[in-house]
Each structure stands twice: as structure tokens, then as C-alpha cells.
Design a protein around this ligand. Structure first.
Ligand code: KMH
Ligand code: ZN
Length: 310
């Protein structure tokens, strides 16, 4: 088995600040969590930017550059920039931060889908929310379509190819793997692939061992085991840890972080660093030593920190 590539998605764009005081918001907070996670042994950080005034997900490329640069000043951890963005952003707005920063890695979402967080709103009354955008963000996601058409994907793929940004392919469903195969056939994707199996989004496959097995079997058949590596995201609690353990036992890699789960234990909110510590304990028990950023760069075939634009 490879050494374990442990990615941490420190803030994301699905949650709202009211859900947890530990979600980092400002560029300083996001960079500080990223650096602390790297010091604990995380290999890669997946970042989104948020408006420092109110925590709303932001497509501002300068904010993203500030975050990436602050991380680079203190750590050689791999930085992957989101192109999933957030609700209300156009595909071009979503692509801009990664394209501008020319990061080593960027997420690449493999298909359009429902993507809903509206069930989280049942825990709050309207006057519980800290900021005016939050309630509509959660409730309104019931009507949200996460757009990733073939036209969008071709644009994302050609931009990333031109800037030597390695795509981190996010597959939420079996059909997304077939979409990747189609991108390969039409010249928009080339193995070896780095795939995140994202399980547990309302609108995608459930976070179960059975879903993961179906994903792996399909990817093996479409691409061949030797042509891809995978990491697993279990969305929500306790799925983040359950999926991490299954993936580690099978030789896969893992992503944790407050983007996908805000709890350390039932009813107890987590910090990003606590999530990393918990998954490190599991990794130790399962004999999966962590990859350093340098080892992961070689495992994933990344261009290197010298070639980024931040
Ligand atoms: N929050 C994850 C379920 C992206 O940023 O491109 C999906 C994600 C998408 O990370
Ligand atoms: Zn993300």
C-alpha cells in the first residue's frame, strides 16, 4: 500500500458560521488551520475562500491567493484549490481562483447533481442565525443544482491542462466515473487519475461500504487499478471516520475536515486539528504511515511548489 495521503478540507462552502465557531472564515484563520494541520502530519489542504466580513463563500481570487501564499510561507503542504465554489457562483467564477493561483492541485467535479444541505436548517430558528445570508443558504439548497455540464468540464479540463494543475476528480456517483471515461476518450483527461469518492452528499451516493465498493469496482473496470488512486470523503458524522477507516484498510487515501463534517464525537463540535488527530490515531492502528508532502507529490505526480503562481 502507498503511504497515506491525508487531505484536510478546512472550511468548504456548504456550512454556515452558525453551525460551528470552529469553521475558519478569514484568510488568516484558514491559513492558520491549514498550517496547524500540516504540522500534525496532513499531506494536502483543500481550500475555499470565504468573505471575512460574514463567512459567506467567496470566489474572490485575491482572497484565495492570500490564503495560499500564507500557507506557503510556513509550510510545504500541498494546496488544492476548490473549483466547486459555492451556491450562486457561475462555473467561470468557480474556476478563476485555481486558474489564477496555478495551484498544484484543484478539485474537478464530474457531473451535475442535486446537492442539498436543507436538512441542517431544522436545528435552527430564524433568529438563531449569525448572518443574514445563512438561512437562505441552507434552506434554499433544496432547490440547488450543482452544475457541471460537459461544456463546463471541458473548460475546466483545458484550463487545468494548460496550467499543469492536477485535477482531483470528485465522483459522487457511479455515472461520474463514466463521465470521466468520456472525458478521457475525447482527450480532456489523461491517466493516471487522482479520484475522490465523495459519499454522503444529499443528491449523491450514500456513505456506505457498499457504495464505496461499487465505486472501486467501476473505476477498476473503466480505468484499470494501475491507472488511478483514490481517496474517500465521508460526508457527515460519523461517516467521515467510518469511510476513512474503510478506505485506509483497503489501501485508499482519506480526506477529513470541517468542510465535510463538523463533529468529533456525537454532539461535540470539532476543530480541524482534532479531526486530523483522530484520523491519525486510526491510521496508526491500521498501519498506514502518513505520506509527507514530498512523498505525495511523487505519488500523485504534481508539478511542485516552485511552479505555482502565489
Ligand atoms: N464539499 C465536498 C462534498 C469542491 O470543492 O470542488 C465537495 C467539494 C467540492 O469539495
Ligand atoms: Zn470543496
Amino acid at each position: 500500500m502507498d503511504k497515506l495521503v491525508l487531505s484536510v478540507a478546512v472550511t468548504g462552502s456548504a456550512t454556515v458560521p452558525t453551525q460551528s465557531p470552529y469553521i475558519p472564515i478569514t484568510p488568516e484563520q484558514i491559513a492558520s488551520d491549514a498550517i496547524a494541520c500540516a504540522e500534525l502530519g496532513a499531506t494536502a489542504i483543500h481550500i475555499h475562500a470565504r468573505d471575512p466580513k460574514n463567512g459567506r463563500p467567496s470566489p474572490d481570487k485575491e482572497l484565495m491567493k492570500t490564503i495560499a501564499r500564507s500557507i506557503k510561507a510556513k509550510s510545504d503542504v500541498i494546496v488544492g484549490i476548490s473549483t466547486g465554489g459555492g451556491i450562486g457562483m457561475t462555473p467561470l467564477e468557480r474556476l478563476e481562483p485555481a486558474s489564477y493561483c496555478e495551484s498544484e492541485l484543484a478539485s474537478f467535479n464530474l457531473g451535475s447533481m442535486n446537492f442539498s444541505m436543507h436538512t441542517a436548517a431544522r436545528h435552527y430558528n430564524s433568529d438563531d442565525y449569525l448572518y443574514d445570508w445563512e438561512e437562505e443558504h441552507l434552506r434554499g439548497s433544496k432547490g440547488f443544482i450543482f452544475r457541471n455540464t460537459f461544456e463546463d468540464m471541458e473548460l475546466f479540463a483545458s484550463t487545468m491542462q494548460a496550467k499543469m494543475i492536477k485535477p482531483e476528480f470528485e465522483a459522487y456517483d457511479i455515472g461520474h466515473l463514466h463521465n470521466l471515461k468520456f472525458l478521457e476518450k475525447t482527450g480532456f483527461a489523461k491517466p493516471p487519475y487522482w479520484i475522490q469518492f465523495v459519499l454522503g452528499v444529499l443528491g449523491g451516493m450514500a456513505a456506505t461500504a457498499e457504495s464505496l465498493m461499487m465505486m472501486i469496482q467501476t473505476a477498476d473496470r473503466l480505468f484499470g487499478k494501475e491507472n488511478y488512486r483514490y481517496s474517500v470523503i465521508g460526508v457527515g458524522y460519523p461517516m467521515q471516520f467510518q469511510m476513512a477507516a474503510i478506505s485506509m484498510a483497503m489501501g485508499g487515501h482519506v480526506r477529513v475536515g470541517l468542510e465535510d463534517n463538523i463533529f468529533l464525537r456525537r454532539g461535540q463540535l470539532a476543530t480541524n486539528m482534532q479531526l486530523v488527530e483522530k484520523v491519525k490515531r486510526l491510521a496508526e492502528e491500521l498501519e498506514r504511515p502518513l505520506a509527507t508532502p514530498a512523498e505525495a507529490r511523487s505519488i500523485l505526480g504534481l508539478k511542485g511548489l516552485e511552479a505555482v503562481n502565489y
